[in-house]
Write a protein that binds this ligand. Structure first.
Ligand code: ZN
Length: 534
């Protein structure tokens, strides 16, 4: 049972939390990584912006690395990395830049390389994270400084260690590899590790893809396991929160079940949410990344349980969907408009379905997205597909806000064209049936545009608003559905029209509209307006 009073007072920060991931000016954004390949690595090196990165083709794993990672000290934060790779090489690379975090390779100290006989091979640094040797080397040893990042916005994206816990993300710890690894973790006494990787023996893991592997390590890692369909979901937390672990696990499981029902299945056999306190402290900030099957949520700890749960629900509603979209899909390329913009829309829908958001909150979010879209669009309209390609040069806000508006308008158009028999949820279901991860990799833009346009009566809409450069004129586009822009006010407020046709009423009900509450809200709105004008 949910206490409706609690939910209501929690709503504003829930909305803020959902929208925070969509804020282009905020450095906290979610970042996704499916698997790293060379092309993506090049992008990572070039990237200075933060937003969500989709990384490309999954490369079949071979155990190319054997490695032991020892937490040598937590103050200062240091790990020692020693290991061997299968193939000898004269080129050694380490991740230097990722999702706005820079100089990662500068954390490496005392790099020593050896040949197979154990003789030292001299390494020469070419650039940060790039080394060359005169003779091929196979064995390696180095130390890594793992102080917590200075910026909140980097916290879920890179490895770090605090006094009692930390995140070990193999992507920035190991030499860059497209392959799997056998990993041994040597942790301080009393510490344990939580991960979705296969635990072979005490402290030993079989990692299928090092770029996707995340370990939450610490003295007091609490684990809770739940089942969602065929998926084992682990909530791994450290630290004290205003809410109980059971409440966090219930929220996550409930959200996962909503998405599983909508898409027709689960994205993987195992998934994990690693919930860690921000080492920088800041209460109302959070930062998240979905990497492979792991959602890392680094969050400030709000003292109020209601506010803390609202923040958690808001972050999870967006972030957990990334386990499906795009991480559960065999799609590649820059289709961020879909996996970010459309995800923002679905997160609002699920927030409403779970009673965390009201229909009025939903409409407010649409108005806000429209204002943000107008502020971001610049002199000339660009298509969503184009905006995704230019995400590094200031089109990120369009990807999120225009993407969300187009998702709403598409859903409404499809519902009307099909007489309420079809909706965006059906497209998600089909997307999964056709392009689930493990199948043949395809271009994401092509696959998604094709599926969206396939439904009857929406081809023109997709051509205009996804592929085309048609500006979104919100008022006339909403009008046929019984929605309108409320007059006056510097900000855009979307409301329900005074009189609705029967078909409009039915359609809005499907979105979560409740006439009785709508009428009460309208009366309140009028009253406030009168009071303001007095
Ligand atoms: Zn996202």
């Amino acid at each position: 049972m949910r206490a409706s009073r609690t939910v209501k007072s929690a709503t504003p920060s829930f909305t803020r939390a959902v929208l925070r991931t969509s804020s282009s000016t905020h450095r906290s954004g979610c970042v996704l990584i499916a698997a790293v390949n060379e092309r993506v690595r090049a992008t990572l090196r070039l990237s200075i912006a933060f937003l969500c990165l989709l990384c490309l083709a999954h490369v079949a794993s071979a155990r190319a690395l054997e490695v032991k990672i020892t937490v040598a000290s937590v103050n200062p934060a240091r790990v020692r990395v020693e290991g061997r790779r299968d193939e000898a090489s004269t080129a050694w690379s380490f991740l230097n830049t990722y999702a706005g975090a820079t100089n990662l390779a500068e954390r490496i100290e005392n790099l020593t390389l050896y040949d197979e006989s154990g003789a030292t091979v001299v390494a020469r640094k070419l650039a940060p994270g790039e080394f060359t040797t005169e003779r091929p080397a196979t064995r390696f040893a180095y130390e890594l400084k793992l102080d917590p990042p200075a910026f909140v916005s980097d916290t879920s994206h890179v490895s770090w260690l605090a006094a009692d816990h930390g995140l070990l993300m193999l992507g920035d710890i190991l030499p860059l590899t497209q392959n799997g690894a056998q990993v041994e973790l040597s942790l301080p006494v009393g510490w344990r590790a939580s991960t979705v990787e296969t635990n072979k023996a005490e402290g030993k893991f079989d990692v299928t893809d090092a770029a996707r592997a995340v370990f939450l390590v610490g003295r007091n890692v609490a684990e809770r396991r739940e089942r969602v369909g065929g998926m084992t979901f682990t909530l791994a937390t450290v630290g004290d929160w205003a809410f109980g672990e059971g409440e966090a696990a219930d929220a996550a499981t409930d959200i996962l079940k909503n998405y599983a029902a909508m898409t027709g299945g689960v994205p993987s056999e195992r998934a994990m949410l690693a919930l860690v306190p921000l080492p920088q402290g800041a209460g109302n900030l959070w930062n998240a990344e979905t990497r492979g099957s792991t959602v890392v949520l680094a969050s400030g700890r709000l003292p109020s349980k209601v506010a803390a749960l609202a923040q958690l629900n808001g972050a999870l509603t967006h972030e957990l969907f990334h386990l499906w979209i795009p991480n559960g899909l065999a799609l590649e390329g820059e289709y961020d408009w879909f996996y970010e913009g459309f995800t923002n829309y679905e997160a609002l829908r699920v927030g409403m379905a779970r009673g965390q958001l009201t229909f009025a909150d939903f409409l407010n979010s649409i108005g806000q997205a429209f204002d943000n879209y107008k502020a971001a669009r610049g002199a000339r309209e660009i298509s969503l597909v184009e905006a995704s390609k230019r995400r590094w040069s200031n089109s990120a806000a369009l990807v999120y806000h225009k993407g969300m508006l187009v998702a709403l308008l598409y859903d409404l158009t499809l519902m009307r064209q099909s007489g309420g028999r079809s909706s965006l949820a059906d497209v998600y279901r089909e997307l999964f049936a056709r392009h689930k991860r493990g199948g043949k990799n395809m271009d994401g833009n092509r696959a998604v545009v094709e599926l969206l346009a396939l439904r009857q009566g929406v081809g023109e809409f997709v051509a205009k608003y996804v592929e085309g450069e048609t500006e979104i004129a919100l008022a006339p586009l909403l009008e046929p559905f019984g929605l309108r822009i409320e007059p006056g006010g510097a900000r855009t407020h979307v409301g329900v029209a005074d009189s609705l046709e029967r078909s409009q009423r039915e359609l809005l009900r499907k979105l979560g509209y409740n006439e009785r509450l709508g009428a009460e809200a309208r009366k309140l709105h009028e009253k406030l307006k009168r009071r303001q004008s007095q």
